[in-house]
Write a protein that binds this ligand. Structure first.
Ligand SMILES: C[S@@+](CC[C@H](N)C(=O)[O-])C[C@H]1O[C@@H](n2cnc3c(N)ncnc32)[C@H](O)[C@@H]1O
Length: 401
């Protein structure tokens, strides 16, 4: 089999031999899967293989991923003030219900380290800080970072590979679940609406290359499309977008597992009416390779992140169907301001330019509507909590879901 073609490689940084060899191994693995499946796989299967195949997938092999030397930068990588601010919301819930913190998809481990620092300062350290991380490679990196950064608290941190981290369903979970930029990394199905009907876009092999190929959508995707309603396919144009049954299943399981507490979901995305807006007719799929964002998801599998925006209405519905309440929904900027990020920034004197400037620049990026402030949202689901959550006291947008 040939090396996978770098179709959109113009404009992207050149690949070294090791990277090309790795992409070829991932490509071969995916080809075998396509052949074993009769020549076609749904995009969600492709995304799962490209991101999570143990030892090969983007999140499950050795690539740098996070930070300036990786492919993208997440909020916890930009400033410790993000994790410290989120910790204030976590502390408020822990004060109400006690219990543990569970973090989903902890990336480099920085969010955990920053939250633990702040929870200690606030006198609200949970007995256990559990991390659910499907990638063994990332779990190892998180352990290294937390052992080094937080040796006194390391004993409280536990790693789990499954939802058992919420405890037995009978006992129920008490505490807070946090997930930052996790839902966008969960596999999505691609739907194509045309006048002739609804199709699913998947991946096939043609002349030893990965190609897009469509099949009529099956029953469960027809049902998902039914919940979305009418999209703008007029004038014979097609409308392409994504749905993520895996995301709603995950949120449903999480919400069902909670006895008293809250789930805080932070990610980029929109309510349904904006997600499936007539102007967004090419969908929201996005790939990240060395700080270049593009939309060719078949490019060098295993070497790049593949993401889709989050339909927060679908996520909220999954939580409500599982018996939780929507405790808040707002922009990341509003949530961070409500939780006091500017106060935390003010603890560094502005005269100390070397310390202040990088923090102020990062906070500006987190809050600016043109950067991460408006596109990123925070959704809180809760059960058994009766106080308004700190992060949503001003600017709640539940009505837009
Ligand atoms: C874009 S990274 C975000 C990392 C980190 N939260 C941050 O903000 O820097 C996505 C993370 O989600 C994890 N992940 C993907 N699917 C998951 C799932 N079903 N449950 C828990 N974590 C998951 C990945 O392994 C990875 O750690």
């Amino acid at each position: 089999m040939p090396t996978p073609p770098g179709r959109i490689s113009s404009g992207l940084p050149p690949l070294d031999d090791a990277a090309r060899a790795h992409a070829t191994r991932v490509y071969r693995h995916i080809c075998r899967h396509i052949e074993a499946s009769g020549g076609w796989i749904p995009f969600a299967v492709f995304m799962d293989l490209a991101l999570y195949t143990p030892g090969l997938g983007y999140y499950a092999a050795g690539a740098r991923k996070f930070g300036s030397e990786g492919d993208f930068v997440t909020a916890p990588e930009m400033t410790p003030l993000f994790g410290r601010t989120v910790a204030r919301q976590v502390a408020q819930v822990l004060e109400q219900v006690g219990g543990d913190v569970v973090e989903f998809g902890a990336g480099s481990g920085l969010l955990a380290a920053d939250m633990l620092d702040e929870l200690e300062r606030l006198g609200r350290l949970p007995a256990r800080y559990r991390i659910l991380e499907p990638s063994a490679e990332l779990a190892q990196r998180q352990q290294q970072l937390l052992r080094q950064r937080s040796p006194a608290m390391f004993g409280r941190v536990e790693w789990m590979a499954t939802l058992e981290c919420l405890g037995s369903p009978a006992a129920g979970f008490r505490g807070v679940v946090v997930a930052n930029e996790v839902l966008d990394a969960i596999p999505v199905h691609i739907l194509v609406w045309r006048r002739e009907g609804l199709f699913e876009r998947g991946v096939a092999l043609e002349d030893d290359a990965l190609v897009w190929q469509e099949r009529p959508a099956g029953q469960s995707l027809q049902a998902a499309a039914g919940r979305i309603g009418t999209v703008a396919t007029d004038a014979g144009l097609q409308y392409v977008s994504e749905v993520s049954p895996a995301t709603t299943a995950l949120v449903g399981s999480l919400a069902r597992g909670i006895d008293r507490g809250a789930v805080l979901l932070m990610d980029y995305g929109f309510p349904r009416a904006e997600y499936y807006h007539p102007q967004r007719r090419a969908g929201t799929l996005m790939c990240h390779y060395r700080h270049h964002a593009h939309d060719d998801a078949l490019f060098l599998p295993g070497l790049q992140d593949i993401t889709a925006h989050v339909d927060f209405t679908a996520v909220a519905e999954a939580g409500v169907d599982a018996g939780c309440r929507i405790a808040g929904y707002t922009t990341q900027a509003q949530f961070l301001i409500n939780c006091g990020i500017t106060e935390l920034l003010a603890h560094t004197p502005a005269e100390d330019i070397a310390a202040y400037l990088p923090q102020a620049t990062a906070v500006q990026k987190l809050l600016s509507p043109a950067e991460m402030g408006e596109l990123f949202k925070v959704l809180a689901l809760s059960r058994g909590i009766d106080v308004p959550l700190l992060g949503f006291v001003d600017g709640d947008r539940i009505g837009r879901l």
